[in-house]
Ligand binder design. Structure first.
Ligand SMILES: [Cu+2]
Length: 273
């Protein structure tokens, strides 16, 4: 009787839980995802959530069921039941095998599968990455400086004179990351450790003095800092008093608009506008 009742309740609650998770996944309130890597992470999280709902309900229901069903009433002499769990080989065996199976599953998917996907995305030889827009990023206390060597642009600024990152949607970007302080001309690598973080893209990479690191990423969503503040470059490694404000707005625009922006920046740098 216990087993049947528990089983029915478990199945019903699991179905309700899965429906709830569907709603969360489809309406996307948990994430603001605007890149290929971010999407990969989101899919991994969604998969874990779907598998974990019935397990969570099983454990939670066991606790609540036991508290109600095996409760000792006032004045009643507690009769300890036979130690069901410890002596039941079937229960213990399936619990152990089930746990190993779920861990193995999670190791294969999403862990190994997403890692493979990630390495493919970061492969410099892939056709998409061969076509990448290159952005040189210089981190210093306390600003991000962006230059576009393919377009001959040195430091791109917006109308307010702030450093500005602008990119076309759907095209791979190669970020080349350096830590640099132009005021220390005797040694250009004296700046501290920073971390290049774009919340809406789900990426973060430390920027280490004396090291040049690069990452590839493809923005998948038209987005702007004004529309959603997750669309920004933010330093994520404490680097001094200016650290919390070490951020730069990021706009992802259409290819046509990107070309216009490049032209605008060129005019700006040549003193034509
Ligand atoms: Cu910082």
């Amino acid at each position: 009787m216990d087993v049947v009742g528990f089983g029915i309740l478990w199945v019903v609650l699991s179905i309700l839980g899965e429906l709830g998770v569907r709603v969360i996944i489809h309406n996307d309130p948990l994430y603001y995802t605007a890149s290929n890597i971010g999407l990969m992470v989101e899919n991994a999280m969604d998969f874990l959530l779907v598998v974990l709902v019935p397990i969570f309900i099983f454990v939670g229901l066991t606790l609540i069921w036991s508290m109600i069903r095996f409760r000792v009433k006032r004045g009643e002499n507690p009769i300890l039941p036979e130690k069901f769990v410890r002596n039941n080989k079937w229960f213990v065996g399936s619990w152990v095998i089930g746990s190993i199976a779920i861990n193995l599953l999670f190791f294969l998917h999403p862990t190994a599968s997403a890692t493979e996907q990630f390495f493919a995305m970061e492969n410099p030889q892939s056709p998409q990455n061969q076509q990448a827009v290159i952005v040189d990023v210089t981190a210093r206390q306390w600003e991000w400086i962006f230059s576009y060597p393919q377009y001959g642009l040195k430091e791109t600024l917006n109308a307010n004179g702030q450093d500005q990152l602008e990119l076309p949607v759907g095209r791979s970007v190669k970020f080349v990351l350096r830590s640099y302080d132009p005021y220390h001309t005797y040694d250009q690598y004296v700046d501290v450790i920073h971390s290049f973080w774009v919340p809406s893209w789900g990426i973060k990479e430390d920027v280490i003095p004396g090291e040049i690191r690069s990452i590839y990423i493809t923005p998948t969503k038209l987005t702007s800092f004004a529309q959603n503040p997750m669309s920004r470059v933010q330093c994520a490694e404490v680097c001094g008093p200016g650290h919390p404000w070490m951020e730069a707005p990021l706009n992802v625009v259409s290819t046509g608009q990107f070309q216009k922006w490049i032209q605008y920046q060129k005019n700006l740098q040549n003193g034509l506008s």
